[in-house]
Design a protein around this ligand. Structure first.
Ligand code: MN
Ligand code: MN
Length: 300
C-alpha cells in the first residue's frame, strides 16, 4: 500500500474510533435500536466517512448481523448486553470495529473478557504470525477466565471494497498454518459467551443486511424498476453490505417491495441474523489492525 492509500485507511480508522467512543453513551435502557444505529451512521457521514456496512446493534443472544429495518420499534431491554458494530470506509478503504455495553452486572464479565482477548491478540499479531496461533491466544484468554469463545465467528482480512476478503482470523485454536502478511489489514473480533453456552451461533430465519455483487451479471431479466434499484445499489454501495433503510435515497418508488423481490429471486445476497445456539448472551470486541514487521498498528 502506498502512502496516500495508507493515509485514507488511517483517516477511516480515526473516524471509527471517534464514533465508537460516542456510541457508548447512546446505549441506554428503552432507547430504540434504530436510533442508536442511525446516530452512528450519521456521525460517520458528518466526520467525512461512509458506513462500510449498516451499523449492527445486537442484543444479548443475538451475536451479529442485526441492523434494524425501517419500521423496527425494538428498544434496549433492561439488563441488556448490547453490541454496536460499525464500519467506515473512505474510497473503499475499510475499517471495522465494535464495542459491547452491558447494562447488567452479571453479563459485564463477558465484555471485560472479550476486550482482554482482543488486547492479547493485538499484542501477539505481527508479520509471520500463524492464523491458528492467534485463535489459540484468543481461546486461551477466554477459557482461563472461565468463559467460552464462539467458535464459528471469526475475524477477517479486509481488502478494498471487500469487507471479508482473504483469510479468516479464528477465535479458537485451529490447525491453520497460514501466516499473517506485512502490510495487510485484519479485523480481529473475539466473541465470548458463558461456559454453559453452546459456543456457537446458528442462523435465525430473518435477514436485515444484504449485499449485491456488482461484478455478477444479472441472472434474469429485470423489470425497469428492479433494474433501477440494482443500479442504485451497485453505484452507491459498490459490493459492500447495505440496509434496506438506505434504499429510500434511491429515486425508485416503493423500493422495499422491489428489494424484497430481488431477495426472493436470489439476485441479492442476504446475511442471516446470527444467534447463540443456546440463547446465551454474547459479548464482542473488535479492532482493525495494520500489520507491520514486528507488531501491528490499531487503526480503530
Ligand atoms: Mn464488525
Ligand atoms: Mn468484522
Amino acid at each position: 500500500m502506498n502512502e496516500e492509500v495508507l493515509e485514507l485507511l488511517f483517516q477511516a480508522g480515526r473516524i471509527a474510533a471517534r464514533v465508537k467512543e460516542r456510541a457508548y453513551s447512546l446505549v441506554k435502557e428503552g432507547v430504540k435500536l434504530i436510533e442508536i444505529c442511525e446516530a452512528v451512521e450519521m456521525m460517520i457521514e458528518s466526520e467525512g466517512g461512509k458506513p462500510a456496512f449498516p451499523c449492527n446493534v445486537c442484543v444479548d443472544e443475538v451475536a451479529a448481523h442485526y441492523s434494524p429495518l425501517p419500521d423496527d420499534q425494538t428498544t434496549v431491554p433492561p439488563n441488556a448486553l448490547v453490541k454496536v458494530d460499525l464500519g467506515v470506509h473512505i474510497d473503499g478503504y475499510i475499517v471495522d470495529t465494535a464495542v459491547s455495553v452491558s447494562l447488567s452486572k452479571e453479563k459485564q464479565p463477558l465484555v471485560t473478557v472479550a476486550e482482554e482477548a482482543l488486547r492479547a491478540a493485538v499484542k501477539f499479531i505481527r508479520a509471520g504470525t500463524r492464523l491458528g496461533e492467534i485463535g489459540a491466544v484468543i481461546q486461551n484468554t477466554i477459557q482461563k477466565a472461565g468463559f467460552k469463545p464462539i467458535k464459528n465467528l471469526t475475524g477477517h482480512e479486509i481488502l478494498r471494497y471487500n469487507l471479508h476478503g482473504g483469510a479468516s482470523i479464528p477465535n479458537i485454536a485451529i490447525p491453520d498454518v497460514r501466516r499473517v502478511t506485512k502490510g495487510a489489514v485484519y479485523a480481529i473480533e473475539p466473541f465470548v459467551s458463558f461456559a454453559n453456552s453452546a459456543g456457537e451461533v446458528v442462523n435465525a430465519d430473518t435477514s436485515t443486511i444484504f449485499r449485491l455483487d456488482s461484478k455478477k451479471a444479472p441472472v434474469m431479466k429485470l423489470k425497469p424498476e428492479e433494474r433501477a434499484l440494482v443500479e442504485y445499489i451497485n453505484e452507491s454501495f459498490k459490493g459492500l453490505p447495505y440496509s434496506p433503510r438506505w434504499l429510500y435515497a434511491s429515486k425508485v418508488s416503493d423500493p422495499l417491495s422491489i428489494h424484497e423481490k430481488l431477495v426472493k429471486t436470489g439476485r441479492v445476497h442476504k446475511y442471516p441474523v446470527l444467534i447463540e445456539k443456546k440463547r446465551q448472551p454474547v459479548a464482542q470486541a473488535e479492532h482493525t489492525v495494520y500489520v507491520e514487521e514486528d507488531g501491528c498498528k490499531i487503526l480503530t
